[in-house]
Design a binder for this molecule. Structure first.
Ligand code: SAM
Length: 331
């Protein structure tokens, strides 16, 4: 095998922002939705989007080369994941989540400046949340959160549990899905005060207001509603540093009944920190958003659980390459 190296990988990395930009524009102009609706030639796309033929040609070339599109004879078609998640109007449309971090793009390109002149708080972007911004935020998280919640209830059997506490529950995806799946279960979504207004709307839409309640609070402070026999904390791990996460896990332990269980689901680094890239990047996102959070390793998460007193602690893949799940049981 040759040891020769070249610059290809580094050049790709230097221009990786081009991929995000193409995806955003494809979503802006409804490229995948038009194709799914049968406008699957460049002439038809030019007509539907109102763009110049040359720009449709450019966009289609990029989308084909990124495997977002393919050919079906002489017609364009969406890749399988694009057809499922990026076609507006479909039940699993995740466009809001794909666009969710777009406003942060300029912040990512000020990273050096932000490191040289740091300005951070414990809550970061959550300091400034309003009910309106929370609604918009959770339109994005719900577009993937309910899918993750369905995966959770397929993975974890809560049929003997009675009360779930959902820390930073957002849209209530995990709580709503869990009570819909497990008959005897009730749930409490604890999230910041502006957020739980939006949470209530998801609960009402799902018709589970008699079994899911909310508490508006900051989980970095104060004791948690108790007693509960399951605690879930999903998709907020890198927002906080080790001290905060360790303290949250310890307070969750105190809120649990003996025999209860906790699940911490989030982007976790492997112990050698060589990946997944996404976990590292969510840690860096906290620089951009102005919090003190960072990416945590699987081993660190296990340690937060063991230090709190949990037993049978283990981390398993939740969504391979993206999310891991740390489990612990209170003796
Ligand atoms: C990415 S969302 C995840 C929502 C939900 N767990 C899910 O997986 O769909 C992160 C959530 O954590 C909440 N959160 C972050 N910091 C919090 C804090 N200090 N106290 C309460 N909730 C917090 C946010 O408001 C937001 O709803």
């Amino acid at each position: 095998m040759s040891n020769r190296t070249d610059t290809t990988r580094l050049q790709d990395m230097a221009r990786a922002y081009t991929t995000s930009a193409v995806l955003y524009t494809a979503l802006d102009v409804g490229l995948f939705t038009h194709i799914s609706n049968g406008h699957n030639t460049e002439a038809a796309l030019t007509q539907e989007t109102g763009l110049r033929p040359v720009d449709v040609d450019r966009l289609v070339s990029c989308a084909l080369s990124l495997d977002l599109l393919d050919w079906d004879g002489d017609q364009l078609c969406n890749a399988a994941d694009v057809e499922t998640y990026l076609v507006e109007g479909k039940s699993r449309y995740a466009g809001p989540w794909m666009m969710f971090t777009r406003p942060d793009v300029s912040g990512w390109f000020q990273m050096t400046e932000k490191m040289r002149h740091p300005d951070s708080t414990t809550l970061g972007m959550y300091d400034e949340l309003t009910v309106e911004s929370a609604r918009k935020y959770h339109q994005a998280t719900a577009s993937i959160g309910f899918g993750a919640a369905r995966r959770f209830v397929r993975t974890v059997d809560l049929s003997d549990r009675r009360h779930l506490l959902d820390l930073g529950g957002g849209s209530g995806a995990y709580s709503i899905t869990a009570v819909e799946t497990f008959e005897g279960l009730k749930a409490t979504v604890l999230d910041l005060p502006p957020v739980v207004i939006a949470t209530e709307e998801y609960i009402a839409d799902a018709g589970v207001g008699d079994r899911v309640t909310t508490v508006g609070a900051d989980f970095t402070q104060g004791e948690f509603p108790s007693p509960v026999d399951v605690v879930v904390m999903a998709s907020n791990l890198p927002i906080y540093n080790s001290e905060v996460i360790g303290a949250v896990v310890a307070r969750a332990f105190r809120a649990l009944e003996s025999g209860g269980e906790m699940h911490l689901i989030g982007e976790m680094l492997d112990d050698d920190r060589k990946g997944p890239v996404d976990a590292a990047m969510w840690g860096m996102n906290e620089l951009v958003c102005g919090s003190e959070g960072r990416a945590h390793t699987r081993g660190e998460c296990e340690e937060y659980f063991r230090s709190a007193g949990f037993v049978d602690v283990e981390v398993t893949d939740f969504v391979s390459g993206t999310l891991a799940r740390c489990f612990g049981r209170k003796p």
